[in-house]
Ligand binder design. Structure first.
Ligand code: SF4
Length: 237
């Protein structure tokens, strides 16, 4: 399945836009209860206005709130971002720290966020257990755990460390595009052969194909061998 996921999503990546660890930390805080797309609409102006942790720490609250308002929960997020900026200045000389222990000690940074920062800004392998990741690995029988930390450890034992970050992206991509929470596209899923949960969603290929989302849809349907998709049309001549 790990190999199939790599075939399905060779270019999987963090879908938040950022240029440095601080921007990523802020973007992840903004992504709570909000789509990555919406966050990416807000961050160019935000990152142009605030460039350092000190900038966030000393921000004008009303101005910061206004900039991030479209992401929802903007008052809480403003508190979190200002506190984060202050802590990075006070405890780490303005640099986002590079270890899980130091990151999770920062306000607003949980284990999931810390792993996103380590994996994507610092190239330290990390498993990001979000709601998609947890749901999919349970569907695949990789673990029965529901606690994110236990899931992280269970999957960490199954998959080589160097693959953790890319695996996280790929699993999350599959959760967003194919293996949805309520109606997974089982009949159009390239993992169906290996998936013990095949059938929790529609198994009819045409019906399932309509549930697949995202820019890679044609590639994903072809991999799954859905009739009428690019590959099968090509094979038919
Ligand atoms: S077969 Fe269904 S449950 Fe299994 S990974 Fe695919 S979409 Fe998800």
């Amino acid at each position: 399945m790990v190999r199939s996921l790599a075939e399905g999503y060779p270019d999987a990546h963090c879908e938040l836009d950022f240029r440095n660890p601080l921007e990523l930390a802020v973007a992840v805080i903004l992504s709570a209860q909000c789509t990555d797309k919406r966050v990416n609409e807000v961050t160019p102006a935000l990152f142009a206005r605030y460039r350092t942790a000190a900038d966030y720490a000393g921000a004008d609250r009303a101005e910061l709130e206004e900039l991030i308002r479209p992401t929802g929960f903007f008052r809480n997020k403003t508190n979190a971002i200002m506190a984060l900026g202050a802590a990075i200045v006070d405890k780490h000389g303005g640099e986002v720290p590079r270890t899980l222990a130091d990151l999770v000690a920062l306000p607003g940074i949980g284990r999931k966020t810390a792993n996103v920062i380590l994996g994507n800004a610092y190239d330290v392998p990390g498993i990001t257990v979000d709601t998609h990741f947890g749901r999919l690995v349970r569907r695949w029988g990789w673990t029965a755990e529901t606690d994110p930390v236990k899931i992280e450890h269970a999957v960490g034992e199954l998959v080589p460390r160097k693959e953790w970050t890319m695996l996280s992206h790929r699993v999350i991509f599959h959760g967003r595009r194919v293996c949805h929470s309520r109606k997974p596209a089982c009949g159009a899923c390239f993992l169906a052969r290996d998936c013990p949960s095949f059938g929790v969603g529609p198994t009819d290929p045409a019906e399932a194909a309509r549930l697949v989302r995202g820019p890679e849809t044609a590639h994903l349907l072809a991999l799954a061998g859905v009739p009428g998709s690019a590959t099968t049309r090509g094979a038919a001549g």
